[in-house]
Design a protein around this ligand. Structure first.
Ligand code: SR1
Ligand code: MG
Length: 378
């Protein structure tokens, strides 16, 4: 059984990567899964991340494989090769202790934090579009040798973390699961989802696709809390949910989490929603441009691919919109709104999800964005 990370173990793991002199360790993680320390010494600092053998936010009752450390480290390395500079540097991995040492992105902030504060960060949405194109196509049969691709798939079997997503994203929000967290004021909204046979059917179909469409090595949890940003520099962190799955799950997560931001700022009326609209267009524009650039010349169906990816993104965005309102893990963009606008925003997110999941296929990025962010409360 690997040791649990405490100050002294964090200091020991970090020591080879710090300067000379005394060092200090500070626990900084507030995530649902892992224990995270910043260790500083000799004018340098690093991040030490440890994966306990259970889901941190639930405890022993939800055991989790520590193989997620290997998966995260290998995904970081591979995505870093495909999208240079878009992930933090991996400095060391200690599988016996279920821990890794990472570059400390000190000058960066979590993108969600900046979005909530209405702080514009340049170039990040475009970089995220290119990151998605390069990591998704670059780990797919579109660009990989067939035998290499099959070998890659054997390294990213991630049953425990896939089980979290299968339960918390595609199942629990449509049932009376104990894990759901619903504001008292949103109880009727949650009940309306449980009683909506069409939404339950659509979510169940997407669960099937999530489990069976082995398209690329996806990040698996690409919300705006998994992206660190500084002007002109986006870095994607925390790929412990990585597995060979549907590409649209990653892109749909980006879309839904930008939609939460847009809806929240529309409700606040502070003028930042227009900036978020631009982020979505920059994201999808750069993604499309990069796909066309790296697409294999001898397979001329890149426009069909992009249109299918847009449709899949819309449908996975819908399930993310629902689960962050009535499921276990919420988003601060919506939860931090004043009561009346929070309830309206929650209704709007679910209305958007219904439109994206049950309406006609989206025809364009504008159609996707308009349905994700401007659905009226019924
Ligand atoms: C209890 S785990 C809840 C969520 O946190 C992670 O970041 C994933 O989004 C997961 O669904
Ligand atoms: Mg995460």
């Amino acid at each position: 059984m690997p040791e649990t990370l405490d100050d002294s173990l964090a200091l020991a793991l970090a020591a080879p990567h710090l300067g000379d002199g005394p060092a200090t360790a500070e626990e900084i993680g507030d995530g649902n899964l892992n224990v995270v320390y910043r260790v500083s010494g000799g004018g340098r600092s690093v991040i030490v991340k440890h994966a306990p053998p259970y889901l941190k936010v639930v405890g022993d009752a939800w055991p989790l494989s520590q193989d997620r450390v290997r998966i995260e480290a290998e995904a970081l390395a591979l995505h870093g090769e495909l999208a240079p500079d878009r992930v933090p540097a991996l400095l060391a991995v200690d599988l016996d202790r279920a821990a890794m040492v990472l570059e400390d992105l000190r000058g960066h902030q979590v993108w969600r934090t900046q979005l909530v504060a209405g702080v514009h960060v340049t170039g990040v949405a475009e970089q995220m579009g290119r990151y998605c194109a390069r990591t998704l196509l670059g780990t797919s049969d579109l660009l990989m040798d067939s035998a290499d691709r099959k070998r890659l798939a054997t390294r990213f079997v991630n049953p425990d973390l896939c089980a979290i997503t299968e339960e918390l994203v595609f199942t629990a929000p449509y049932t009376a699961a104990e894990s759901n967290r619903v504001d008292d004021a949103a109880a009727e909204l949650a009940a309306s989802l449980r009683g909506d046979a069409a939404m339950r059917r659509a979510a169940s179909q997407l669960l099937w696709e999530f489990r069976t469409r082995h398209e690329a090595l996806i990040h698996g949890d690409l919300h705006t809390g998994s992206i660190m940003v500084a002007d002109g520099d986006a870095r994607v962190i925390d790929p412990e949910f990585a597995f060979i799955g549907p590409m649209g799950y990653d892109t749909g997560n980006v879309v839904a989490n930008l939609a939460f931001s847009a809806i929240a700022h529309q409700e606040l009326g502070d003028g930042f929603a227009g900036q978020v609209d631009e982020y979505l267009m920059d994201f999808w524009g750069a993604l499309s441009e990069e796909v066309r650039l790296i697409w294999p010349e001898d397979h001329p169906w890149d426009e069909i691919f992009l249109s299918n990816l847009l449709e899949d993104s819309a449908r996975y965005a819908a399930t993310e919109l629902v689960r962050r309102i009535v499921g276990l893990a919420h988003v601060v963009d919506i939860d931090s709104l004043p009561d009346a606008s929070r309830l309206r925003a929650q209704h709007r997110a679910v209305a958007a999800a219904r439109s994206l999941l049950l309406g006609p296929p989206v025809r364009s990025p504008h159609d996707l964005w308009s349905r994700a962010t401007t659905e009226d409360v019924p």
